[in-house]
Design a protein around this ligand. Structure first.
Ligand SMILES: NC(=O)c1ccc[n+]([C@@H]2O[C@H](COP(=O)([O-])OP(=O)(O)OC[C@H]3O[C@@H](n4cnc5c(N)ncnc54)[C@H](OP(=O)(O)O)[C@@H]3O)[C@@H](O)[C@H]2O)c1
Length: 489
């Protein structure tokens, strides 16, 4: 890398672009346009030339684009240190682009992966590029195509040196909350993609809770348009968020072909792709309890098993008693409280996972900064995030649930939350998200847990030993003998 004179890049035409985007499908194209809108000269490259040509033909007048027909030309067109944002499919395609780029780059150049990479891939790539004297930045980007164009939330990880050269550009094009950029340095190697993964895990939970809220109200007799109104109303209070806002839009939408609410003609089977699953897999590996997020991933899996559902539907019955009577006004208020409290639990679990991983990998992630850059631009943007930011900025919290303002509001919301779960259980309505979140709330606040009995059982059949509340050390009871207690060490 350091032999500047012999690289193809160094022998070609003078560089004119300040930043480059490789991969010009919807995300890359919109990110390139966003960069151009902010006055940057943007080098463009895509494996299939037509995407580059189309971008220039359609949007060339929006700013300065420097299109290229080859990766060599693309690299040559960039000022040093080169700042290259890769926006291609995660996995093998990202490796293919990196492998092709590396021989063309020079020491100190910065390669950014803006795709949805697994953080372990990012750690591997960062280490490999560091060997070549290159910086590798794994940057989580949230906000979909609209965000990429008008201001996403950006979660970059990598070296601080790379952030110094790249951060100002990313902060420029990111969403703004009260004038503050929704982009901040997250930590070394995989920290940025880890934070993005957790963002998506929380997004899974948020959407599951919203769907359960809808389901409970629908089962109680409300029409989708009425529920749309309820969500619109909620969006003016503590639940104010992008997902609540778009829920009211989706629920109000009528299918043009049938005249039915759209929600009634859509197949009730959800996909679960990479990041939600990764969140749960990683949580298991790190030993972090994220049961509300996990239930949200499993709820999608269950919905997507038609054979299982058909067999169970044919065989199983629901509650046989009188239909559950409800006061609709009270139910709406209770569901709002269940939704808010469950959402707080999901955030709490996701942030706990970031905190734990940060310690395990030495990232030193500032949770207040995470909340800060999620306040706008990303899919989980919500009023709650400013409160989370200020709570974490004020003190070092073990859990969001212990933040003074949060625990006080949970105390108020919990009665309604419990009534909703009890009502749903009595009515035979599945609320895996609400009930998992409530179980977590009750588990973590419990004085004593039945894990004590569980430890006794493990000692009984496997001599796994147990610890006592009144003495140091490990103990085993001689279950098959005289049942005396034996100190083990
Ligand atoms: N869509 C979203 O809302 C969203 C949100 C956040 C993050 N992301 C992430 O952003 C990245 C880009 O997403 P996207 O939806 O714009 O595009 P995409 O459909 O994930 O990927 C298409 C792009 O990848 C390129 N590509 C695929 N295989 C390649 C290979 N072997 N070598 C070189 N290029 C290759 C394609 O080039 P060709 O044109 O030549 O086929 C095209 O430019 C993904 O990692 C995605 O997960 C997407």
């Amino acid at each position: 890398m350091s032999d500047v004179d012999t690289t193809p890049a160094a022998t070609a035409a003078p560089a004119t672009a300040q930043v480059g985007v490789a991969g010009l499908a919807v995300m890359g194209r919109n990110l390139a346009r966003n960069l151009a809108h902010h006055g940057y000269a943007v080098a463009l490259y895509n494996r299939t030339q037509t995407r580059t040509d189309d971008l220039v033909a359609q949007y060339g007048s929006e700013g300065t684009f420097v299109p290229s027909t080859s990766l060599e030309e693309f690299v040559t067109s960039l000022e040093r240190p080169r700042r290259i944002i890769i926006m291609v499919q995660a996995g093998a395609p990202t490796d293919a682009v990196i492998d092709a780029l590396v021989p063309l780059l020079e020491e100190g150049d910065i390669v950014v992966d803006g795709g949805n990479a697994h953080y372990e891939d990012t750690r591997r790539r960062e280490a490999a590029l560091r060997e070549h004297g290159l910086h590798f930045v794994g940057a989580g980007i949230s906000g979909g195509e609209e965000g990429a164009l008008n201001g996403p939330s950006i979660m970059p990880g990598g070296s601080r040196e790379a952030y110094a050269a790249l951060g100002p550009i990313l902060e420029d094009i990111s969403a703004k909350y009260d004038g503050e950029p929704c982009c901040a340095y997250m930590g070394t190697d995989g920290a940025g993609h880890f934070v993005k993964m957790i963002h998506n895990g929380i997004e899974y939970a948020d959407m599951q809770f919203i769907s359960e809220a809808y389901d409970v109200l629908r089962a109680a007799g409300m029409a989708p348009t009425e529920i749309a109104g309820v969500f619109q109303e909620w969006n003016t209070g503590d639940l104010d968020s992008y997902l609540i806002e778009i829920t009211s839009e989706v629920l109000a939408h009528v299918d043009a072909e049938t005249g039915k609410p759209l929600v009634d003609v859509v197949v009730d089977a959800a996909e679960q792709k990479g990041t939600g699953r990764w969140t749960v897999q990683t949580a298991l590996e790190l030993g972090v309890p994220v049961n509300a997020i996990a239930e949200s991933v499993f709820a999608r899996s269950t919905s997507g098993h038609p054979e299982l559902r058909a067999a169970a539907r044919a065989a199983l019955s629901g509650p046989t008693g009188e239909p559950v009577k409800v006061d609709m006004g009270e139910l709406v208020d209770d569901v709002r409280d269940a939704l808010w409290a469950s959402k707080v639990v999901a955030y709490s679990q996701g942030l706990d996972q970031i905190r734990t991983a940060s310690q395990a990998y030495g990232w030193d992630v500032d949770i207040a900064e995470v909340a800060k850059i999620w306040r706008a631009g990303c899919i989980i943007r919500a009023r709650l995030l400013e409160r989370i930011r200020s709570e974490y900025a004020a003190q070092n919290l073990v859990t969001l649930l212990a933040a003074p303002s949060v625990s006080a509001d949970l105390a108020t919301a919990q009665d309604g939350w419990r009534r909703v779960v009890a009502h749903a259980v009595a009515a035979g309505l599945p609320v895996p998200g609400f009930s998992a979140a409530l179980a977590y709330y009750d588990t973590v606040r419990a004085e004593r847990l039945p894990a004590a009995l569980l430890q006794g059982l493990r000692d009984f059949f496997g001599a796994h030993t147990y610890r006592r509340i009144d003495r140091e050390g490990a103990f085993h009871t001689d279950w098959s003998g005289d049942r005396g207690e034996i100190p083990m060490r």
